[in-house]
Design a protein around this ligand. Structure first.
Ligand code: SF4
Length: 391
């Protein structure tokens, strides 16, 4: 069997562009959707990569602005590029807005197996405060429609840390979400700090003003408590946390995301999409929609940048991505791959986070504790080589 490969397809179009969003998105370009879908298929011809395709993820933006026939045509083009007989998950992100009427039956016919709904909240006051273009009722209807179309794997995204959202509000929103009967729940903190790197889109001027107002209403301590009760509520409803932000009913974990955390190779197509060769090279596409389109239409690979990962960076990423999983990492595996026990990098710093109750070492297995998951970025500092040198 060939090694596994994974495909991410970025669809940047959104009916409304949300002020808090850092993804590569464009509003008001619905007329370019067909042209973009053609470019995605052409890009597949320009991007040879070895392996057998195991998962596909249509993310955005709003992939549900594409109809089922278009999604099917992109999957057909991928089938020409990679063997797909072992394909076991095709996810499509969808907006639960009645004005966007996702083509649920078309997606099923095209081979989509999993839907990720951008519910964000089931409380209308929170959706209004986030300036989302849907209501809680529309989210309920969308999930019911996806179920009626036959989807057995439905995930919903929820946001906490919204200014003005109390602990009781978050609990109420989570309980309403569980009543919908999703198979998977992702809970994300509302992140308003600007991300000045190649992953994030530059902020829009109107969005900056909105962020500035919202950030003054946020309460970091409350967000920590909100994260803390999420597991309690979801676990009581039969969900198992398997990653920092992800809970699933048994058997409904995201296989595509698991591939990222396991550092499997993936190809990202579309404006701003990232790719990783599974070894030492990461690259990212042109994010500007027009530059992306004209480049691909001229037969050029739309790669805007590349990064060679050195040994120390790869070893750190193995630890950082591995610790995102509740199952954590095995020291012996890191040692076998990188020639270094991760606990030896800075033993004093590791000891400190262990004594603080943030990290647990059980023989070969290293995991974040419940509290460590709340403070994951602090724990990871114990494994960053440059920080160890400065101590
Ligand atoms: S949050 Fe979702 S719907 Fe809003 S702009 Fe970002 S990708 Fe589009």
């Amino acid at each position: 069997m060939e090694p596994s490969h994974h495909l991410y397809v970025h669809v940047p179009f959104c009916r409304l562009v949300c002020a808090y969003c850092d993804f590569v998105t464009v509003g008001g370009r619905a007329h370019d959707v067909g042209r973009y879908a053609d470019a995605l298929r052409r890009e597949l011809d320009l991007r040879p990569a070895p392996g057998e395709l195991r998962t596909v993820y249509f993310g955005g933006g709003t992939p549900s602005l594409l109809d089922g026939a278009t999604i099917g045509a992109i999957l057909d083009a991928a089938r020409v590029r990679w063997p797909m007989s072992a394909l076991d998950e095709v996810t499509l992100e969808a907006n639960p807005s009645s004005r966007e009427t996702p083509d649920w039956d078309g997606y099923r016919n095209a081979g989509v197996t999993r839907i990720s709904l951008g519910v964000q909240s089931l409380r209308d006051e929170e959706l209004t405060s986030l300036a989302r273009g849907h209501t809680g009722d529309e989210a309920r209807d969308a999930l019911a429609a996806a179920r009626a179309a036959g989807f057995r794997d439905i995930s919903i995204d929820l946001i906490y840390g919204i200014g003005g959202q109390s602990l009781a509000d978050w609990r109420d929103g989570l309980e309403r979400a569980i009543e919908l009967g999703p198979d998977h729940v992702s809970c994300y903190a509302l992140q308003l700090a600007l991300q000045p790197d190649e992953w994030a889109a530059p902020p829009r001027p109107g969005a900056l003003r909105w962020r500035d107002r919202m950030v003054r209403r946020q309460d970091d301590e409350l967000a920590v408590d909100q994260y803390g009760i999420a597991d309690e509520i979801l676990a009581a409803a039969g969900f198992i946390q398997y990653e920092l932000s992800s809970w699933a009913r048994p058997g409904h974990e995201s296989r595509h995301n698991a591939a990222y955390w396991a550092r499997r190779p993936y190809t990202g197509i579309g404006a701003g999409a990232h790719s990783y060769d599974g070894a030492a090279e990461r690259s990212w596409n042109e994010r500007d929609l027009d530059a992306y389109l004209t480049g691909v239409e001229a037969g050029e690979r739309p790669v805007a940048g590349r990064e060679e990962l050195d040994h120390a960076t790869r070893a750190f990423e193995a630890v950082a991505l591995g610790l995102r999983r509740v199952a954590g990492i095995r020291r012996s595996e890191v040692l076998a791959e990188f020639g270094e026990d991760p606990l030896d990098r800075d033993p004093a710093a590791v000891d400190e986070v262990v004594r603080a109750g943030l990290l647990e070492v059980d023989g070969d297995r290293v995991t974040l504790t419940d509290r460590g998951r709340l403070l994951a970025s602090e724990v990871l500092l114990a494994f960053v080589p440059e920080v160890a040198v400065r101590r």
